[in-house]
Design a protein around this ligand. Structure first.
Ligand code: FE2
Length: 359
């Protein structure tokens, strides 16, 4: 089950080109491309005539020609040419999805097009802040349900065991986790006092010795996470927190798009409050994050398999509270939607059989 009246990431901007790109999002097959003027386009990937994926056809200017019988569709999904038809029936159209380029990503609205408002796209604070650095980011497809990824990103404790050589260390094993709820999502967070700096962050902090560390794990509906890391000299967390002049701040954006119930496309990038122009540092951060997220991939795909195979009862722990709150609220939001209200049927095409007489 997926929330539909919201923005998801469809692809990196750099992946949407003048080639037809098939993707599966929320169980639906779509084709992505870019118009000659540079606008991204997302259409249902199935010709209205015989359902051949349009991605197997070709671009003609800003239109797509089906590779089976040459039906042509404009970027808004309307069929503009059908062989043997003088009059194109109005129902001869494929679904067109609202798309917006922002933050180097193409965002897509999978629900009621009338409700799509770009101001609702997940906010990336500091994106254009010249004092902050940004790494390129990356993506992967995980063979697991997207809610296992949101679980993971509401779980600051897992770094103690999954990321022992990067994000975590022993200090992360037992510190208590707080939970905060807002209309947008759930935050699991904790300050860890007077602890060692975890390995991934050692080369980035501006001070020596032990630290106070904030883990802020916030996931917003439907499946967008910002993980804020704050490192300050030990003792400073209580008073100045992230406002300490030597504070090392890293905001990690984790944007998940369900491919289907069992697969998730996971996009990420990080922003930092230091070394904005340091490309070598950005590369090191990209490499380190990719290696750590590969550790998550191993665990989450195995957890998916574990749940599919299990014959025994699953239990929850107190540390699971943020995840359970998130799942419960998201389920309520999904249940409150009424997809029948906006999804137009595309199966009934009797109009196309109304062929004009030859000659
Ligand atoms: Fe992780």
């Amino acid at each position: 089950m997926f929330l539909r009246n919201c923005w998801y990431v469809a692809a990196w901007d750099r992946e949407v080109t003048r080639d037809l790109r098939p993707v599966i999002l929320l169980g639906e097959r779509l084709v992505l491309y870019r118009t000659l003027a540079g606008q991204p386009v997302a259409l249902e990937d199935a010709c209205v005539h015989r359902k051949l994926p349009l991605s197997l056809g070709r671009l003609k200017g800003d239109q797509v020609e089906c590779g089976y019988h040459g039906m042509i569709y404009s970027a808004d999904g309307r069929c503009t040419h059908a062989p043997g038809c003088k009059r194109i029936p109005s129902i001869a159209k494929v679904r067109s999805y609202p798309v917006v380029s922002r933050y180097g990503l193409v965002w897509i609205w999978m629900g009621d097009p009338a409700q799509a408002d770009p101001k609702d796209i997940f906010l990336v604070e500091h994106w254009d802040d010249p004092a902050w650095g940004r790494n390129l980011g990356d993506s992967m497809t995980l063979a697991c349900n997207y809610l296992l990824v949101t679980d993971n990103l509401l779980d600051p404790s897992h770094v103690a065991w999954v990321h022992r050589t990067s994000f975590g260390n022993e200090a992360c094993e037992e510190s208590a986790i707080e939970t905060t709820e807002s209309p947008a999502g759930i935050t699991a967070w904790r300050w860890m006092r007077n602890v060692e700096v975890a390995p991934f962050y050692v080369s980035f902090v501006r001070f020596t010795g032990r630290c106070d560390r904030l883990q802020h794990y916030e996931v917003c509906y439907p499946s967008h996470a910002i993980i804020k890391a704050v490192f300050v000299p030990a003792g400073a967390g209580e008073t100045l927190g992230a406002n300490h002049p030597e504070a090392m701040l890293m905001d990690s954006y984790n944007l998940m798009t369900p491919v289907d119930e069992n697969h998730t496309r996971y996009f990420w990038f990080q922003l930092r409050n230091f070394s904005p122009g340091d490309m070598a540092l950005s590369k090191a951060m990209d490499d380190g994050v990719r290696a750590a997220f590969a550790e998550d991939q191993v665990v989450l795909e195995a957890v998916q398999q574990g749940f599919q195979r299990t014959r025994t009862r699953n239990i929850d722990l107190p540390i699971d509270r943020p995840q359970l709150m998130f799942r419960k609220r998201l389920a309520q939001l999904i249940a409150a939607e009424n997809p029948q209200a906006w999804s137009a049927p595309t199966e009934s095409l009797s109009g196309l059989q109304d062929r004009s007489s030859p000659g």
